[in-house]
Ligand binder design. Sequence first.
Ligand code: ATP
Ligand code: MG
Length: 429
Amino acid sequence: MSETAPSPTPAPTPRPARVRPGAEALFGHLLRVSQALAGQLDFQTAIQAVSDGLQPVLPHDHLDVCILRHDHHVAFEAGAHTDWSLTERPMPVSMSPIRAVLRGEADHLMTGDAMADPRFHFAGAFAHPIRDAALRSRIHVPLLVRGEIIGALSCSSRERDLFTPADIPFARHVADMLAPYFFALRAAEDTRRLAIEEAEGRTREEAFREGALRLTEELERERQRIGMDLHDLTLADLTRLSRRLARLRGGAEAGEGELAAVAEELDRCIRELREIIDDARPNVLQLFGLAEGIEDFLGRALGGGATRIDWRFLNGGGAVVERLEEPLRVALFRIVQEAVNNAAHHAEPALIEVELRRQGEALVIEIRDDGVGFASLAQRRRVGGIRNMQTRARLVGAQFQIARRTDARGTLVSIALPLGERDGREDAR
Ligand SMILES: Nc1ncnc2c1ncn2[C@@H]1O[C@H](COP(=O)(O)OP(=O)(O)OP(=O)(O)O)[C@@H](O)[C@H]1O
Ligand SMILES: [Mg+2]
């Protein structure tokens, strides 16, 4: 065996032998760390201040504090920045290489070479930062507040066997000093986050209330419009007809031509009345159901030939579609109606497709056109129709999206209605 045999991963040149300061000097360092820490109001600058202050007494290439949040944790690092702090989401404690300390199963961990120490490399461990940053010597102690573990302090060096058991009490002192500080930072951050969530919730609620109000106003306007149509068209026609009939009854014998004119007027009046009613209430929807209602509407709106827009209806919704409660069917129908009208009016499409299909636990309705494509809401002067679709979807608990298509030219409107219990009833049949 040769003493000069190269090691598989060459360690950096060792530092000069460590001189351990006496108790008084250690106390002085702790004081300086605490002074450096004071006034730091976020985790990142706080850990950096601690790292700088500790360097002379507890030399390290990497220092991190991880903070528990329920059964997850987040890390803040000084020195090398690794995936421990760069991952966006909190990590489950079960994946932490130092989970024994975080769970209170070990009151500290110390190793001379973490890259080879099996305690850090169990199955599922999030341990690759140890290799990425070539961390060898490591000490880990818990951060305790009123006996509760709120996280851990980890001090690491690329040098092998740098720390000795004599470093552990000092690391503990540092951890005890940091714990209340980081506890307060965590509490402050929680409060800030809660305030933000609350404000966001309020904004969403407000937008929803505004939407519902607009919809009610729209319904009221619609009611007035129908009233006016009935008054101006049908009522006026009927009055005229009634006068003509009264004249015929009281006067001379009615000729063929006179009667034919009355009959024709009566027909026109019936047609107008039907149009007004069809417009106000999706008739086919009540008689036949949602799928046929949509198909009938597509035929009437686009099938006339005047628009020169092709349409296709793909119905893969199954029986559940027709068992939806009436208000739900009307809401979905109205959304489809507005989306199709928008596509026809704004997109200059050759083809509009409406598809009903089951996707997992949801009923999905898609309205696709191959037209000019939808620009963001910010660029739109009018958004009333889109807002109404959003509000209607929200009122029935469905998700609504409108966006440019990614598979082709044009716009995609999609509605996803979770079926919940309705789903089960279908299977039970
Ligand atoms: N399928 C689509 N393709 C291209 N642009 C669209 C499409 N759907 C909507 N838009 C654009 O979004 C805008 C807003 O639509 P919205 O339905 O809110 O209002 P509108 O149709 O202009 O008016 P209203 O629906 O109140 O009669 C439209 O003016 C149009 O510019
Ligand atoms: Mg519109």
